[in-house]
Design a protein around this ligand. Structure first.
Ligand code: SF4
Length: 169
């Protein structure tokens, strides 16, 4: 699967491509990172009651961030997420909600960024969450540095809004 997803569409609206092109090695490094963080979270075993609070940015005042590389990975790994053809174009990007949040569920589980994976509202996980966050954010930073990809860490919904605007041209 990785090879045919080696390059994510580059939008020509601006001189700076966004999201950045994503190489096979970047895909593999992020895949390994997400596999490891998922294992760390499984070991911490935070409780999820499927309340949908984690993504209900309108009602709960928190914001999930992602790097540009993570946005590229999210689009590469989410079926139908190519913004030139899809859901992102029918999205009304005027609110705070993520376009992949449907019926209070994430439709982008495979490609979702680190922040989406780490955040749980379980109070008993409150101390462990920042520890896991810091460790894996450091690893994410290393991937950017090793591959010489600019590290821009921005609210996910704002980045997707930028993808949407560029796709509309
Ligand atoms: S990618 Fe999924 S988990 Fe992350 S904000 Fe969007 S719907 Fe929520």
């Amino acid at each position: 699967m990785a090879s045919d997803l080696a390059t994510v569409k580059i939008f020509a609206v601006s001189a700076t491509p966004f999201p950045p092109a994503i190489s096979t090695v970047a895909l593999e490094r992020l895949e390994a990172l997400y596999r490891d963080v998922d294992a760390a979270i499984a070991a911490a075993a935070p409780r999820c009651e499927l309340s949908g609070r984690c993504c209900d940015f309108d009602r709960f005042e928190h914001v999930l961030f992602a790097t540009d590389l993570e946005v590229a990975y999210l689009l590469a790994r989410t079926p139908g997420a190519d913004p030139s053809t899809s859901a992102l174009l029918s999205w009304k990007p005027d609110g705070k909600l993520c376009p992949f949040w449907k019926n209070r569920l994430c439709m982008a589980r495979e490609g979702r960024p680190l922040g989406c994976r780490i955040y749980f509202c379980d109070p008993s996980y409150r101390d462990r969450m920042p520890e896991i966050g810091e460790e894996y954010q450091r690893r994410l930073r290393t991937i950017h540095d090793d591959l010489d990809i600019e590290y821009r860490y921005a609210p996910l919904v704002e980045s997707l809004r930028e993808v949407h605007a560029r796709a509309e041209g």
